[in-house]
Ligand binder design. Sequence first.
Ligand SMILES: Cc1cc2nc3c(=O)[nH]c(=O)nc-3n(C[C@H](O)[C@H](O)[C@H](O)COP(=O)(O)O)c2cc1C
Length: 153
Amino acid sequence: MRLARLIYTSRPTSHFGISEMVDLLEKAQHSNQRNDITGMLAFSNTGFLQVLEGSSERVNALYHRIAIDPRHHQLSLIAFSEASEREFADWSMAALDVVGLDASRRAATLLQYGTSAVFDPFNMSASSALGLMVAWRTELATSSTSQSRTSAS
Ligand SMILES: Cc1cc2nc3c(=O)[nH]c(=O)nc-3n(C[C@H](O)[C@H](O)[C@H](O)COP(=O)(O)O)c2cc1C
C-alpha cells in the first residue's frame, strides 16, 4: 500500500449548516483515525476544499464514499498522486472555516496562491491548492481558537 494524497473541491448543498458541519467532522475524524487517514477540510458558504492522505486504497475508497454524499455536489478532483510524506500527519481531519479567518490575512494568503482574494478552489492548480492548505494548516497549528482546532489527538 503506497502513501497517496488526494485533493478535491465541491460545493455544499444549500441546506448545509454549522451543526451539520460539527457532526460531519466528528464522524470523519473518528473514521479517519481508524483508517490512518489524515488531512484537512477548508469550508465556506460556497465551497469545500479537502486534502486526504493515507494508503492509496483507503483514500480512493473514502473519496468514492464522499463523492456520493448528498451534503455536497459538483465534486471536482484536483489531484490524486503518490506522496513521499504526509503534510497533515498530526490531523485526522483539520477543519478551517474560511469565513472566520481574519479578512486581511485571508486575502493575503489567497492572493499568494491564486489569482484573486476570493476562496475559489475550482480555479486552483494542484500545487496551489496544496500550498494554500499547508499555509492554513500552519495558521491552525498556532491558533488558540478551539473552534478551528480539531487535531488527531
Ligand atoms: C465535504 C465532506 C467531507 C467529508 N470528509 C470525510 C472524511 O474525511 N472521512 C470520512 O470518513 N467521511 C467523510 N465525509 C463523510 C462521508 O461522505 C461518509 O458520510 C462517511 O464516510 C460514512 O460513509 P458510510 O455511511 O458509507 O460508511 C465527508 C463528507 C463531506 C460532505
